[in-house]
Every structure is written in structure tokens, then in C-alpha cells.
Design a protein around this ligand. Structure first.
Ligand SMILES: Cc1cc2nc3c(=O)[nH]c(=O)nc-3n(C[C@H](O)[C@H](O)[C@H](O)COP(=O)(O)O)c2cc1C
Ligand code: SF4
Length: 665
């Protein structure tokens, strides 16, 4: 299709903005954000390449207006000013390709990851049978081994659906939406979109299925619309001049749910208030997995008839979504006035070249096969990926998502006496500002409050570390100090430290080695899903052995090195593999891993023979080369393998003497 004469590549005015063509990259929740809701490098890269592929507007999915309104740990957040700089970078990478950057604002309501979720009214027991049937079909869409965890997760959620929001809650949500819109504007987004779809909070008010309130907020469709409209008003008032689009649910397909006539009446109200566009969808979590709905949603452009009607009756441009498979079909939809804009979600995942190919009909697009693996992945917190992507790309995504889930940038440093503090000082002189230290809490463990030497050392360490921190250009608020009172809490230091790390979502725990104090080694092994680092006194701290055992944990180790040590000179790394299988298989996997990481393909891997055993071979290499530190993964051997082979990481921890050890799990 040449640009000339094609509607798909013709511009469209959107208020004062101009869309360079008619293609909108619809919001697709990726799960790529850091666990604290900030923008991750993976997210920047994803939206950068999406925008570069040529759509006129990119809608960044699902930014939570409240920490209590997140759909998942990998959701973006916009509920505090500290998220603005990251979001600014995100808006810029999209705009740098000439696309408009739009941020979708959401409150997940009853689906939020919160112990006290917000919902219009308590769950209606009259809908229980339908909810259970829908849950059954939802579960059947997942592999057997995932069903138990998912059921438990959803049941826990449903337990929180006992209490409806009161006026105070509603006022809070209105303020949160307004403040979020202002932040989006400050971050440089061209527009925001309010997520009125998929069954989240705004839909929960609109729908008779979830809104059991009486007047003035429930009962008739008009009453049910009043809170979502108040949200729109709040957004427009807080961020004047910022165009606001609406994700509109045309049909919910649940008992007493939103139908097309209700949706059209609501759309007219949105139109009167001057929304920038209406981006249409259908279905919600409760209906998507029902067999008859899946059949409907498998049909090409299944929303066309409703869209056609809506497009004729509204001033705001409409966006169609749902199985717009190829460019010719998209052109036809525009020419027959079905919608003003073409929304693509999965087609752009399935074929990142979709838009380029639309310009050049010679090349057919790789069509989305509607397998919904991408959706299931995000539901399982795995990060979005398409079955069409090369396996190395998927592995790279898995790795990034695993990294992002580990809160690797939030560190807890533990000190228990003046000796620890002296050691930490000498280590920090080498290591700051490695990236995993950029947000650190130093916890001073108190055994005996009257110890004046320790008190003086703590004060001195605080002053010194804050000076060093600031001299390295790090943010002063990101270095905090606290005490852990082991005497009064009557808990072992490792348990105290672990609960502090969990409560502050700290993925990294750092402490000094002392063989005689068993809690230190216990902590090293008990800290799961992150980095545990113990410093010894061996001077070769910067000469590092990295065992590579072909496992996923090993790959995570290399990724962590890449991330933490990036651009920091002065360290030497020895990568070693103890052969447990064929040599060529190890070398092939090493080449593959270097490719996934984007490292120099000539990075050497030393191959060691498995004598006397894996741990022995590694310890021998350490001695031989006088290396002072080991960074390795916890492979998590279990069952017979663990019984016969033992845990390599435990073996290393015991055999290292004065050396430092970093374990990544
Ligand atoms: C993995 C995935 C995540 C999605 N996340 C969102 C979201 O965060 N917000 C939203 O409004 N729609 C979301 N959607 C719905 C899409 O925007 C779109 O409406 C739907 O996939 C149908 O369009 P398609 O056939 O072009 O994929 C998501 C869809 C998928 C597949
Ligand atoms: S994973 Fe399946 S449904 Fe998702 S975009 Fe790829 S082909 Fe389409």
C-alpha cells in the first residue's frame, strides 16, 4: 500500500495535536516495570522500538494512580512525584520517533494487589455462580501446575470484596486521578487515557454487574456513570489543556453488565465533555475466558458493527480494536467509516514490522494467531512476549523481568559491630556507586545498647558514608540508617534482617563474614529471590570468579554483573565452567548466552574438570589465581541431585575462608 491515496497513512487532527497516520499502538500491559513501579530500561526499550515501528500514537499501558490501585507488581506507577523523571524519559523515547505519547491511567479497583481493595459495593452473591463458572474457564486456560497458585491468589482477592467504598474513598480516588494526570502532563505526555475497560475500577462503577449501589451512584445506567464522569472532570480540572482519551467498554458480556446501548449513552456524555478520542474494547476478566466469548473474539474485527454505529454518532474520533489482522482490512475499515483510527495491540507484538509492511504490500504481515499466550504470560507475572518472537528474545525478556522482579536496586547493608563498619568502609571505597547500591538502608544491629565504641563507630560511619554518597553524586534521600534491636525483639539477627528486607522490598542484603557467628551464613542462604553478599577480608576483592553452570541462575548472575558493574572499571572477571556433561554443549550454551546478553562473543570461559567435585574444582581455581571474591547463582538443586551432589553454593560458602561471596537466587 503506498502512502499516497491510503487512508491508513493519512494524518488526522486530534484537537490541537496531529496524528501522522491512523494507527494507534493500543495499551498492552507488559509487566516490565520495576517492582517499585518505576520505569525500567526494558520498558524504555520496548516503547522505543514500538514507537519507531511507525504508529501515530503509542498508549503506554496501565499506570497506577495509587499504590493501592496496581494490577500487578510490574505495573507502572504515577502516584508520586518521584516517578516523573522516569516517565519523562518514557515520553521522550516515544516522541523521538514522531509518535504522540499517551499514558493510560488506571485504578484496578477490586483487581488491585491490595489487602483492602476499593470497589463500588460488596460482591453480589447473586453473581456467585457466574463468577465461579468464569473462574473455572479462566483456570482451564492455564497449565495445570499454575492453577493452584492462581486459584489461591484469586480467592484471596475475592475475600477482600466485602466492603464497598465510602465517600472518603471516592474523594481520595478523584484526587489521585487528578494528581496523576498533572504528573503525566509534567512528565511531558501529549495525552492521557482513562482506563474504563477490562473490569477495572471505572468499569466496576459503570457496570450493573459490579455496582450494587443505589442512587445517586448506582441503580440506573446514568447513576452508575456519575462516578466515572466525576473522575474525568477531576482529571480535566487538574491538568487543564491536557487532552484526555477514554478506553471505552462497548460490551461486557456478563449478567447485568454493560451493553452497547448503555455504552453509547455513556460515550455521548464523554463526547459532550470533550474527550479527545474513544478507544473501544469489549469483554472483561470475567467474560474473556468463557468459550462462547472466545469464539466471538476470534472473529476478525469483531467490534466493527458497533463501532460503525458509534463513529456516526460521536464527534470524538473512534479507535477500533480487536483482531484487525492485516493492513488491507485496516484500510477497508477506515474507508467504510467503521472507525477513525485503527488500534493494534497483539498485531504489533506478533509482527513488529506490521506498519512497515503495510506500506509495502509485497511483504505479508506475520499475523497474530490469537493464541493469547501473551495475555497468560502477563497474568502469570512473566512479562509480555509473543510466541512468534525468537527464543533468544524471549529468554532475554524473561531475564530482564526476573531482574526487575528482584528489586536489585534496593539494598540493605547490615552491620553488627565496629569491625563490620571498618570493613564496609573499605569495601565501599571500591564499590560505590555500583548500581545495586543506589538506594540503600544501613541497619545497625544492636546487641548491647550501652556499647559506646559501637555507638561512636556508627556515628562516624553515618557521617563518612553520607559524605561519600553525596560526593559520588548519589541522591542523599536514598541513603537511610536504622537500628535493629536484637535484644528487645528477642529474635535472631538473620530473622530480623530478613523481615526488614521484606518490609522494605530490598532485593540485596550485604554484610561481613565471620565464621563464628552462624546467623551470618544463615542469612546468606535464607535470603531468597535477590542478592546476598558477604564481605571477607581477602584483599583481592576486585578479582572475581564467576562460576557458570549453564542454568538459568547462572544467566541471571551474568545479567546482574552486566547491570551492577556496567561502566565501572577496576574489576577483573574469570568465568569458569566445571564440566558435568559434553564440552561442546557447554561452549554452545556459552555462545548463546553471550548473544542473549549482547556481550563480546570472544569473552573467554574456562573449562574445568569435575575433580574432585564441582566445589573442589572451583576452590582450587580460586587458590591458584588468588582471586578474592566469588559471584555465583543459587541453582537450587533439589531431591537426589542435592543429596548426592550437595549444594555448590553452600560448599563454596564453607570453603571460602576469608574471601567474599555474592549469591544470586
Ligand atoms: C498482553 C495484553 C495486555 C493488555 N493490556 C491492556 C491494558 O493494560 N490496558 C488496556 O486498555 N488494554 C489492554 N489490552 C487490550 C488491548 O489493548 C486490546 O484492546 C486487545 O488486545 C484487542 O486488540 P488486538 O486484537 O489488536 O490485540 C491488553 C491486551 C493484551 C494482549
Ligand atoms: S502471543 Fe499469540 S495472541 Fe499474543 S500476540 Fe503473539 S500470536 Fe498473538
Amino acid at each position: 500500500m503506498s502512502d499516497q491515496g491510503s487512508m491508513l497513512f493519512s494524518p488526522l487532527a486530534l484537537g490541537t495535536l496531529t496524528l501522522k497516520n491512523r494507527i494507534v499502538a493500543l495499551p498492552v500491559f507488559t509487566g516490565y516495570a520495576h517492582t517499585d513501579g518505576s520505569v525500567s530500561p526494558l520498558l524504555l526499550e520496548h516503547y522505543h522500538s514500538l514507537a519507531a515501528s511507525g504508529p501515530a500514537m503509542v498508549v503506554v499501558a496501565n499506570a497506577a494512580v495509587s499504590s493501592e490501585g496496581r494490577t500487578a507488581k510490574g505495573s507502572l506507577r504515577i502516584d508520586q512525584d518521584r516517578f516523573i523523571p522516569g516517565l519523562h524519559r518514557l515520553a521522550r523515547v516515544i516522541q523521538s520517533s514522531g509518535a504522540l505519547a499517551c499514558l493510560q491511567l488506571n485504578h484496578a479497583g477490586r483487581y488491585a494487589i491490595s489487602d483492602t481493595p476499593m470497589l463500588p459495593s460488596p460482591a453480589d452473591s447473586g453473581h456467585l455462580a457466574f463468577e465461579l463458572a468464569s473462574l473455572k474457564h479462566f483456570m482451564e486456560s492455564f497449565p495445570f501446575d499454575k492453577r493452584f497458585g492462581l486459584t489461591r491468589f484469586l480467592m484471596n482477592k475475592a475475600r477482600g470484596w466485602q466492603r464497598g467504598m465510602d465517600d472518603e474513598d471516592r474523594n481520595l480516588v478523584l484526587t489521585e486521578f487528578g494528581a496523576a494526570a498533572l504528573r503525566a502532563q509534567q512528565a511531558g505526555f501529549d495525552l492521557v487515557e482513562l482506563h474504563g475497560s477490562s473490569g477495572y475500577l471505572l468499569t466496576q462503577y459503570l457496570s450493573g454487574f459490579t455496582n450494587g449501589l443505589g442512587p445517586p451512584l448506582g441503580g440506573s445506567p446514568e447513576m452508575r456513570a456519575s462516578f466515572p464522569l466525576a473522575v474525568l472532570d477531576a482529571v480535566m480540572a487538574h491538568a487543564p489543556g491536557l487532552p484526555v482519551g477514554w478506553r471505552l467498554l462497548l460490551q461486557e458480556w456478563v449478567p447485568e453488565g454493560i451493553d452497547f446501548s448503555e455504552a453509547s449513552a455513556f460515550a455521548a456524555k464523554l463526547d459532550d465533555r470533550g474527550v479527545a478520542y474513544l478507544s473501544c474494547t469489549a469483554g472483561a476478566y470475567t467474560s474473556w475466558f468463557l468459550p462462547e466469548i472466545r469464539k466471538r473474539m476470534a472473529k476478525p474485527a469483531y467490534l466493527s458493527p458497533h463501532l460503525h454505529t458509534l463513529t456516526q454518532s460521536t464527534r470524538a474520533p473512534t479507535v477500533i480494536s480487536g483482531r484487525v489482522i492485516g493492513p488491507m482490512q485496516a484500510e477497508k475499515l477506515l474507508r467504510s467509516d467503521v472507525s477513525d483510527l485503527i488500534g493494534l495491540a497483539r498485531p504489533l507484538l506478533a509482527d513488529p514490522q506490521w506498519i512497515a509492511k503495510a506500506r509495502d504490500v509485497k511483504d505479508p504481515v506475520k499475523a497474530c494467531i490469537n493464541c493469547n499466550t501473551c495475555i497468560k504470560r502477563v497474568i502469570l507475572n512473566q512479562g509480555v512476549a509473543c510466541v512468534h518472537w525468537p527464543s533468544r528474545k524471549k529468554e532475554a525478556i524473561d531475564l530482564e523481568v526476573d531482574m526487575a522482579a528482584r528489586a536489585m536496586f534496593k539494598t540493605l547493608v547490615l552491620a553488627a559491630n565496629p569491625r563490620d563498619l571498618r570493613r564496609l568502609k573499605s569495601v565501599w571505597q571500591h564499590t560505590l556507586p555500583l548500581r545495586h547500591y543506589v538506594d540503600t538502608t544501613v541497619a545497625f544491629l544492636q546487641h548491647c545498647p550501652a556499647d559506646s565504641e559501637y555507638q561512636a563507630a556508627m556515628a562516624e560511619f553515618q557521617a563518612w558514608s553520607m559524605d561519600t554518597w553525596q560526593s559520588m553524586g548519589l541522591e542523599p534521600n536514598d541513603l537511610r540508617f536504622t537500628t535493629l534491636d536484637a535484644v528487645h525483639e528477642r529474635q535472631e539477627p538473620d530473622s530480623l534482617a530478613l523481615s526488614l528486607a521484606r518490609s522494605q522490598d530490598r532485593g540485596v542484603i550485604v554484610l561481613c563474614r565471620r565464621k563464628e557467628e552462624k546467623w551470618r551464613e544463615r542469612l546468606l542462604h535464607r535470603h531468597k529471590f535477590g542478592i546476598a553478599e558477604v564481605f571477607g577480608t581477602h584483599p583481592g576483592f576486585n578479582d572475581i570468579l564467576v562460576p557458570f553452570d549453564l542454568s538459568w541462575a547462572s544467566l541471571l548472575v551474568l545479567k546482574t554483573l552486566d547491570w551492577a558493574f556496567h561502566g565501572k572499571g577496576g574489576f577483573s572477571f574469570t568465568f569458569a565452567h566445571v564440566l558435568e556433561g559434553p564440552k561442546q554443549a557447554a561452549l554452545d550454551r556459552w555462545a548463546e548466552v553471550l548473544d542473549i546478553l549482547g556481550w563480546d562473543p570472544d569473552t573467554p570461559l574456562e573449562l574445568l574438570s569435575e575433580r574432585p567435585d564441582v566445589t573442589g574444582a572451583l576452590l582450587h581455581l580460586l587458590e591458584d589465581r588468588n582471586l578474592g571474591r566469588v559471584i555465583m547463582g543459587k541453582r537450587g538443586r533439589s531431591g537426589l541431585a542435592r543429596l548426592f551432589l550437595g549444594s555448590v553454593s553452600r560448599g563454596m560458602a564453607q570453603g571460602l575462608a576469608s574471601r567474599s561471596l555474592t549469591l544470586i537466587s
